[in-house]
Design a binder for this molecule. Structure first.
Ligand code: AMP
Length: 236
C-alpha cells in the first residue's frame, strides 16, 4: 500500500530533548531519525584534515558551514531508508539550510516538512546539558542525578559515559548564542499551518503525547497508557 512520506523537522536549542523525542517518534513511525550532530561527531573521529577541522568547530560549539551540512544531508536523504520519510533532528539550523532542504525535497518528490519548534527556558537548558552524559559507542544519552558520584556506564554496551566536549559550560554558551542568532529567522521561515510549538520544558512523556497527538498518533498514546507503560527516561 502506498504510504504518503512524512518529513518531520525538529527545531530547538541544544538540550531541548529533540534526540529523545526523535527516537520515540522514529520507532512509532518506523522511519529513520537523522541527527546531523551525530553524523558530525562520527566524522570527528577520523584523523583526517576534515575530521580535525570538524572537531575544533564542534568542541567550540560553533556551527559547521551550510554547504558542508547541505552536502551531507543531500547524500543522506537520497538513501533508500528515507523513501517513506524521516525525522530530522538538528537540521535545518539556518534559513539557508531550510531553503536547501525544500529544494532537495522537491527534487525527491517528497512533501514539505511538518515542523515542531521545541521551546524551553535557558536556565532549564543549561541545567539539562550540564547533567547530560553520552555513551561514546552507541550514542545513547543519560541524565545524571544530583547525587550521582563516580564513573557511570551505558546500560546498552557498558561503555564509560562521557560529558560531551560541546556540553562543557564554555561551549554551551557559544551553542546557545548561535542558536539564538539563527532561530528567530528560521521559526519565521516555517511559520504556518505545518509548524507546531512544543512546550519542551514539560516531562518528556508529556512532550511525546503532544507530538503524537499533533501527528494523528493519539492511538499510540492511548495504547501506552492502557498497557500501564511509561515512556522511559533514562537516569543514572
Ligand atoms: P547537536 O548534537 O544537534 O547539538 O549538534 C552538535 C554540533 O554539531 C552543533 O553544535 C554544531 O557544531 C554541529 N551541527 C549539527 N547540526 C548542524 C547543522 N545543521 N548546521 C551546522 N552545524 C551543525
Amino acid at each position: 500500500m502506498y504510504k504518503q512520506p512524512k518529513i518531520v523537522v525538529f527545531l530547538g536549542p541544544p538540550g531541548a530533548g529533540k534526540g529523545t523525542q526523535a527516537a520515540r517518534l522514529a520507532a512509532a513511525l518506523e522511519l529513520p531519525s537523522i541527527s546531523t550532530g551525530e553524523i558530525l561527531r562520527r566524522e570527528c573521529q577520523s584523523e583526517t584534515e576534515r575530521g580535525r577541522r570538524l572537531r575544533t568547530l564542534l568542541q567550540a560549539g560553533k556551527l559547521v558551514d551550510n554547504s558542508q551540512i547541505n552536502e551531507i544531508m543531500e547524500t543522506r536523504l537520497a538513501k533508500k531508508d528515507c523513501r517513506d520519510g524521516c525525522i530530522l533532528d538538528g537540521f535545518p539550523r539556518t534559513v539557508e539550510q531550510a531553503v536547501y532542504l525544500d529544494r532537495m525535497l522537491g527534487k525527491l518528490n517528497m512533501p514539505q516538512p511538518i515542523v515542531f519548534n521545541f521551546v524551553v527556558s535557558a536556565a532549564e537548558l543549561i541545567e539539562r546539558l550540564e547533567r547530560r552524559r553520552q555513551c561514546p559507542t552507541c550514542g545513547r544519552t543519560y541524565r545524571v542525578n544530583e547525587q550521582a558520584e563516580g564513573p557511570m556506564f551505558c546500560q546498552n554496551d557498558h561503555s564509560l559515559l562521557i560529558l560531551r566536549a560541546d556540553d562543557q559550560p564554555s561551549a554551551i554558551r557559544v551553542r546557545m548564542e548561535s542558536y539564538e542568532e539563527n532561530s528567530a529567522e528560521l521559526v519565521r521561515y516555517y511559520s504556518g499551518a505545518n509548524c507546531h510549538r512544543i512546550a519542551a520544558g514539560q516531562a518528556p512523556a508529556k512532550v511525546t503525547m503532544e507530538l503524537f497527538n499533533a501527528l494523528g498518533l493519539g492511538h499510540l498514546n492511548r495504547q501506552k497508557a492502557a498497557s500501564g507503560g511509561q515512556w522511559s527516561v533514562v537516569t543514572c
